[in-house]
Design a protein around this ligand. Structure first.
Ligand code: ZN
Length: 251
């Protein structure tokens, strides 16, 4: 119950903030994206910490407009145990791939990108490619305010709030497999693009650079990478590369 109240509160805040962010997002050349050449390819969009379904709506609508079959996932508003979230996501990826008859593209923002990377490593045959937006792959490179938020969540989970990460997720055995998957080599031949911004005050650049990825810099704040327009050209390009192209980082 308490967790539901927290998620409802986060959702209300998002409802107030998103229209402002959307209105202030830059309308530059990077906003102009040509239509996707292939329609109906499945994309699973994964939200991060404190992300509700409402926050994923602008990106979902944009992906649909490009011709993708988008499935938004705000798993426990990004507050839950990472391995549990990854297992839920892995099941959904398999379902989407089997329904579509082809592997899915994964697009994850922030902590959702971590979930997507780990789920993709767990189920590589169902994944056509991975695109992450401001996702940290080195948890100990995070900015102090971000670590403070993560610590607050884990303390709440540790004292008994349901569906929230616990200390054992961060340091103990609960999410050990998740931590290994997060740093595991990404499958050869499966495109992986990590999109990041130097204006991101939540996740520093050094945490988003992944040796297995094609790392792409854009502009915009942490939330704008998901809800704004500045990253969209890079996202469209990265998703389009998932049609069996070679991962440039592996080439
Ligand atoms: Zn855990």
């Amino acid at each position: 119950m308490a967790t539901e109240l927290i998620i409802r509160g986060v959702d209300r805040i998002a409802g107030a903030v998103l229209p402002v962010l959307d209105g202030e997002a830059p309308h530059g050349p990077s906003d102009k994206v040509e239509a996707a050449p292939v329609t109906g390819n499945p994309v699973v969009l994964v939200g991060g910490l404190a992300t509700t379904a409402r926050v994923l709506t602008p990106m979902t609508q944009w992906l649909t407009g490009l011709g993708y079959d988008a499935t938004p996932m705000a798993i426990g508003a990004g507050l839950d145990c990472a391995q549990r979230s990854v297992d839920v996501l892995t099941d959904r990826i398999r379902d989407c791939a089997e329904q579509a008859g082809r592997p899915v593209r994964l697009l994850g923002h922030s902590r959702g990108g971590q979930f997507a990377r780990a789920a993709g490593a767990q189920s590589p045959d169902h994944v056509a490619g991975l695109v992450t937006l401001g996702s940290p792959f080195d948890l100990f490179s995070l900015a102090l305010p971000t670590l403070a938020v993560a610590a607050t969540v884990t303390v709440a989970g540790t004292v008994g709030l349901p569906h929230m990460a616990r200390m054992s997720c961060l340091f103990g055995g609960c999410c050990r497999r998740f931590r290994e998957l997060l740093r595991a080599p990404w499958p050869d031949g499966t495109p992986f693009t990590s999109i990041y911004s130097r204006s991101d005050r939540v996740v520093p650049v050094r945490a988003s650079i992944d040796g297995s990825a094609h790392n792409v810099e854009v502009t915009g704040s942490h939330l704008e990478l998901l809800t704004g327009r500045s990253a969209r050209h890079a996202i469209a390009d990265a998703l389009a590369r998932c049609d069996g192209d070679t991962n440039p980082a592996a080439a």
